[in-house]
Design a protein around this ligand. Sequence first.
Ligand SMILES: [Ca+2]
Ligand SMILES: [Ca+2]
Length: 461
Amino acid sequence: MSTQGGSNFANGIIRDISNITATSSPVTGLSYGTTYYWRVNATNLNGTGAWSSIRSWTTQSSQGGGCPYVFGWNGEEFIADNNILPQSEYRGNEHKSVTDYYKLMATPKIEEGHYILKIKEFEEELSQLDQIELIAVDHSQTSDVAVLPTSEIIQYTMPFTITGDLSQENASAKRLSEIDGATISAVPGQSLSLSFQPVYEEYARLPEHTEGGMLLGGWVTGGVKGYGLPKAQSVGAIADRERFDGSTSFTFRERLTLVYVPLQTIDQTPVLKFDNRVALDYANLVVRIPSAYTSRSLRLITARHTHNGEVVSKLKSADGYFTSLRPGESIELSYEAPPLDADKIRSFILVSHGRYEHLKASAMTGTPQTFQLDQNYPNPFNPQTTVSYQLAASGHVTVAVYDILGQEVITLAEENQEAGYYEKTWDAASSSSGIYYVRMSVTDQLGKQLYQATRKIVLMK
Ligand SMILES: [Ca+2]
Ligand SMILES: [Ca+2]
């Protein structure tokens, strides 16, 4: 039986199954939203018969959501800011028009009088972008802003510090006090009790301090590689006064995600409970203050698409004229940069209007199609980093870290493993800053090499 992705069987045959005696045969590893054609012939003692007529079927459309990433210009290079489009991760939203609001984590640098951003598509995703809006929010230096899922921009201040022994190298409180790649790991079912104390001068300045929430920074480390968790799926919850019945859930994606989680009451001893494997980088309590910011939508000046050229006319307004963005493509955007009052700081909300879809299902679940050693995350790191890899078949796996002289520093894996997705964390607390190499080797039962790869990683203390 032959199966292929086109109606002409001269090429592109994806399955050629011989010597089957059953009247049915499963076909796996197909793409979403694709029409496949098949035919069959039979052989007996008298020879091989003619091909049957050609039949076809069409696979269902993807259940995932696409999601481009935003990069901010830091004056030298584009730095990944975050996964910008949480609505697009919700599988129920695929092919629908959605609007996403995302607060940039870093301020884009001004180049030739304009703020510069880049939107890039990865993996097997396709975006149809209608408008990419950048909103400048100017506010007092003692506050910050967050954007709620309802698109409301709120202002808050942080009059608490996390307590604990901050001098101890690996203390949880120290790790959670900054977004710096130093994280603590959590697994499903695990709870984490936190303790905060008010910074009194700042706290006393707040007449009402009952409404607010938590700022959490982190990312999911388990689950499906290359995909963020759908917006509808929580990765954890925060208890109000240690009661999970009144808890508020939050979600992270597969790269650093900073979320503001509203709480019914500000509790100085919140408890986090995790539904997924998570690396938690940052946690703080925040108090909402009356909004006293000014905001404006910045004029889009240029939008240079790597394949389609200038697309500013399509992206300047949400008018049903779309620009597509495919894997590997990017759009460099520049926006006006109006002057900022000296006593204010500026935050940025990116608003994206568009439609999204996944092109392939290959990375979703089950057995990987290829062997792969991923780049570690975070990188550079201090002191922990996670190395992810995938095995298309079972084998003897060796993953080790080497220094620049080729000396082995640590063995992360030395074992027989089944096909699937894996990850190992290196805690380099006792190693010095510098460049290291992660090397992965997979051999079969007879010692034949199936895969080998090396990645450069940077420890920065
Ligand atoms: Ca448009
Ligand atoms: Ca941290």
